[in-house]
Ligand binder design. Sequence first.
Ligand SMILES: [Zn+2]
Length: 531
Amino acid sequence: MSRERLYLFDTTLRDGAQTNGVDFTLADKVVIARMLDALGVDYVEAGYPGANPIDSSFFAERRPARAKITAFGMTRRPGRSASNDPGLAAVLDAEADAVCFVAKSWDYHVRVALETTEDENLASIRDSVRAAKAKGREVLLDCEHFFDGYKANPAYALACAKAAYDEGARWVVLCDTNGGTLPHEVENIVGEVCKHIPGDHVGIHAHNDTEQAVANSFAAVRAGARQIQGTLNGLGERCGNANLISIIPTLKLKGEYAEKFDIGVSDAALGNIARVSHGLDDILNRAADRNAPYVGESAFATKAGIHASAIIKDPATYEHVAPEQIGNKRKLLVSDQSGRSNLLAELDRIDFAVDKDDPRLSRLLDEVKEREAIGYAYEAADASFELLARRLLGKVPRYFDVEKFDVTVEQRISAKGERITVSMAVVKVKVGEEVLISAAEGNGPVNALDLALRKDLGKYQSFITGLELTDYRVRILNGGSEAVTRVLIESEDETGDHWTTVGVSPNIIDASFQALMDSIVYKLIKSGAPA
Ligand SMILES: [Zn+2]
């Protein structure tokens, strides 16, 4: 049976750019557009030329891509002709393969927001589609508030969609702009629309305000729509857009969709999708969502002992898909609930060869339990766990010793009369016979300590130059004056690998120091630094 083509339209760079706290630079946009193109989406909506200087610069040159680079804009303003609307001209003049217009399709919005007549709105849709086609662009029409509009006045909502389709728009996209429509409603309404416009010209644009944007996208596909719009990691205004990072694996790996549809994403690209997701987080300088479906660090993590022993026998027992297919990893958590089987599986995962009857395993298990009782969290800190295992079961080279460190925090009034806080750290390190003293200033004591520690490790310096701290999390474990602090540090290196280390102490600097040290030693081992 031949499969039907289903198209993916990414709007990370347009709707995703509306996210609170997200500000893409031109360079960011170029990198993300390339990532999306390599992933295999069919359309990359790159912005709103004319309305935003960065978007205008993006479209100032033709950017060759397999995907259709799409410019976004509004249909011509009411009461103007298409040839006399500067906003429309900027969109039409942009170096793009396709143009996506947004238009009102809810009669109430036409009257109240647009302050025009229903007929003039329809004429604006027709004129704009015609003008873009005359420019040789493929045309899409986003019908704003389509579902709310359809509930209020189905004939008019449909008339807006039909106007674009009849004028030759390739796609009519039904938007759940408020994100409040439920899956069964989407399925019914898209089904009705597909009686008038062929489904292979109908798209869905869902927002996540009831956490159902992905479900709504699939509901539309079941009803006949053949284009899904969404964003990487579900980026977008308010609660976000439909998350393509979740939609793509479902389309590729779930029989109901995989047997019925072809999409532009290859199996190899699917195997890289976790990297794409984390790559976007890196650009946004955000920590990746551990619990993200398919690509999150915890998406294939198992804690309880019985599950772990079954997973070792056959992963399919507790996994709905194989993590490798989306570039993720299986992870068996070492925790105070864990038994020997978890421990063995985790050692196996980090390629640590040990006999399963080795008596030192019990010692390691006891050590993990003891440390977790005082606050260490090894399930979250894979690299610290690996170091602990290596220390007990094998060996970790003594690369260097920190003989002492000193951290100061000084608050004073600056020359400008402002109150400022400055932190400084001095570290004395012994590498072989060499004693090195480094000092650094930082925006806080931990930052200063980190900078001083990594400033000069003598002969090992070249092995840690690519090391970067990407996240720092502090948790106070029990209140009061006896409080214990747990610090988790996430690091990354030049190969794109991430790891997490942990430190625990009543003193936050000391806890941070332990986690920093683990990260550096882990990186030295990983880089194959000679002992
Ligand atoms: Zn939207």
